[in-house]
Design a protein around this ligand. Structure first.
Ligand SMILES: Cc1cc2nc3c(=O)[nH]c(=O)nc-3n(C[C@H](O)[C@H](O)[C@H](O)COP(=O)(O)O)c2cc1C
Length: 214
């Protein structure tokens, strides 16, 4: 198995999403010492946003791309190659302003690419879009400052992160997504501790389950 471990919090030791993702990965490593783990730290090493050159290059057929265009897509190619090699993606994602942080969005914009992770054919009868990424599972480890954003909770309608993740990763073919969230960072105290403990337990449980199914 190949695991891709992504973190996107700009915080380091104080980050709950980093704590959740490292807890999962540590448990995984103990059980699967021969697996390979690729690492992306979008908080420590932010990615560039897409540019006009990037867009022009992405929508030019590969055999017609100039050297400058190929350069514009180099980071995107590297990220997509890394993603395609992974069987399991473990991503720590803070909840910022009701959605994903810009560092993670920059990653999404680099990996959702015509001809590489999705195909476009206007002549197809049902949908012009075909996802090109197959057979992957994703574990999204989220932390939120407030509470009640879960399904059925009072703030569910303001949670744009969970549906966005399912839509955008589903669009490229990653539909098997488990979302685990800790809440109440802003409140602290017992409310935070309980929520974090539950999320850590669930993350560990999945690491154990995944091991026994692969
Ligand atoms: C820029 C910014 C925006 C945030 N927006 C929200 C928000 O909309 N709703 C919320 O519940 N918490 C919000 N928070 C709190 C974070 O979700 C919370 O601190 C979370 O634990 C961050 O993840 P981390 O611990 O991995 O850094 C925000 C925090 C920051 C820094």
């Amino acid at each position: 198995m190949q695991l891709l471990h992504i973190d996107s919090s700009p915080r380091r030791a104080r980050s709950h999403t980093r704590q959740l993702s490292s807890s999962f990965v540590n448990e995984w490593q103990i059980r699967n010492p021969h697996d390979t783990i690729a690492r992306r730290d979008l908080g420590a090493d932010p990615l560039p946003h897409v540019t006009e050159e990037w867009i022009a290059a992405a929508f030019t057929p590969p055999n017609e791309r100039t050297e400058t265009m190929q350069t514009a897509l180099r980071i995107s190619d590297e990220l997509i190659d890394e993603l395609l090699k992974a069987d399991l993606i473990v991503a720590g994602i803070p909840f910022y302003n009701f959605g994903m942080p810009s560092g993670f969005k920059a990653y999404v914009d680099q990996i959702v690419r015509i001809g590489r992770t999705f195909a476009f054919d206007p002549n197809l009868p049902e949908s012009p879009y075909t996802p090109l990424v197959k057979g992957k599972r994703m574990i999204a480890l989220i932390s939120r400052g407030d509470g009640g954003y879960e399904a059925g909770g009072p703030n569910e309608s303001m949670n744009h992160l969970d549906p966005h993740l399912r839509t955008v990763f589903g669009f490229i073919g990653i539909t098997d997504i488990e979302i685990i969230a800790a809440e109440n960072d802003e409140w602290g105290g017992q409310a935070l501790q309980d929520s974090l403990q539950n999320a850590l337990q669930r993350a560990q449980q999945i690491a154990v389950q995944e091991t026994s199914t692969c």
